[in-house]
Design a protein around this ligand. Structure first.
Ligand code: TXA
Ligand code: MG
Length: 321
């Protein structure tokens, strides 16, 4: 079994080594504010192929290219719409991915053969330091999906990355520990190639926030059929996920703090707010798996905003593997 190097202190030297490792074509798992990513040089076909191998992910699934600042957008994208620029100015660094028409630099191996590219500036000091150090070495962007095996729950802690991927990493690959992710669900993905923005995946940047900044009417994924192959279809733990019904003795249970725990039920989380719900959800699902529970009952949070993103992931998880 091969293992990556686990770096628990992200000093300036450690970041320089990690960036050099990316430059050399290796993988670096790194923290972001949403979830941990598994990164590789977005311009290197060999490096990006290692991501697909480590994740066990089909090669036609496009990857998000992470960049150090919005200056990098023009390298990867062409014909960037005005509203996309406004969104980038307002919400980057932050939990938002913009889908733009790709430039010739965004190759098929990173876009999954689509004529668009996903771009994001993450809001995490370690991610930004890595991106900046890599940029100094000539790396224009780091392609990074969530650092989990394909179809599994995204990791929000470095230990979860290690559990998911360590055996699929080589000795030159690195896992950077930057503490728990503060948002906890993946970025909002916004298709910016049409006249109006279109949400492909809900996240912490909400429809109302996008409408306010762009002055445009935003459509979302719920309102039409998803583009086949454009999104992962589940974020599922080993346990069966059951929504909005009463758990039985021996089942796991996740609900807001005001919901009581039925007798014999194993309470996995009692968030006090929607933000906390998002932040701890994935770690709670992992906890259910580590306790070898067969079923986890989850009460979906009410409301709009981040609650929509949470419910989106829960419904995918409940659809099963
Ligand atoms: O918060 C996040 O977005 C995290 C962190 C690491 O940045 N990344 C993440 O990546 O969730 P991933 O690969 O697990 O999910 C990205 C989703 C995929 O479902 C992919 O199909 C979609 O974004 N995507 C990427 N590029 C796309 C494109 N050009 N067109 C449509 N969908 C795209
Ligand atoms: Mg993912």
């Amino acid at each position: 079994m091969s293992t990556g190097q686990f770096v628990s202190r992200c000093t300036a030297d450690a970041m320089t080594s990690a960036a050099a490792s990316i430059k050399d074509g290796n993988l670096v798992a790194f923290p972001t504010e949403t979830v941990y990513g598994l990164g590789a040089d977005a311009s290197s076909a060999n490096a990006v192929a290692k991501i697909y191998a480590a994740k066990g992910r089909p090669a036609d699934h496009p990857l998000i290219v992470h960049i150090a600042s919005m200056d990098g957008i023009g390298y990867w994208a062409d014909e960037i719409s005005e509203y996309a620029i406004a969104l980038a100015r307002t919400f980057w660094p932050g939990p938002m991915t913009l889908i733009c028409k790709r430039s010739p630099e965004a190759k098929d191996f990173v876009t999954g053969g689509q004529d668009t590219v996903g771009l994001r500036v993450p809001d995490h000091v370690v991610a930004l330091a890595l991106l900046e150090a890599a940029k100094q070495m000539g790396v224009h962007g780091i392609a990074a999906p969530s650092a989990n095996r394909f179809g599994h729950v995204s990791p929000t802690k470095a230990d979860a990355v290690r559990e998911e991927l360590d055996q699929y990493l080589s000795a030159d690959d690195i896992i950077l520990d930057g503490g728990p992710s503060q948002v906890g669900v993946e970025s909002t993905i916004i298709d910016c190639t049409g006249n109006d923005p279109h949400i492909l995946r809900p996240g912490a940047i909400t429809q109302a926030m996008i409408e306010e900044v762009t002055g445009l009417k935003v459509t979302d994924a719920q309102s039409e059929t998803r583009v086949s192959g454009s999104l992962e279809n589940h974020y599922a733990p080993q346990a069966m996920v059951v929504l909005d019904t009463t758990p039985q003795s021996g089942d796991g249970y996740i609900a807001m703090i005001d919901k009581p725990t039925p007798a014999g039920v194993i309470r996995l989380a009692s968030p006090q707010s929607i933000d906390e719900y998002a932040r701890i959800l994935y770690a709670s699902l992992r906890e259910g798996d580590s306790q070898k529970l067969t079923r986890i009952y989850i009460d979906q949070p009410a409301g709009d905003g981040l609650a929509i993103a949470i419910c989106d992931r829960l419904q995918r998880a409940a659809r099963g593997r």
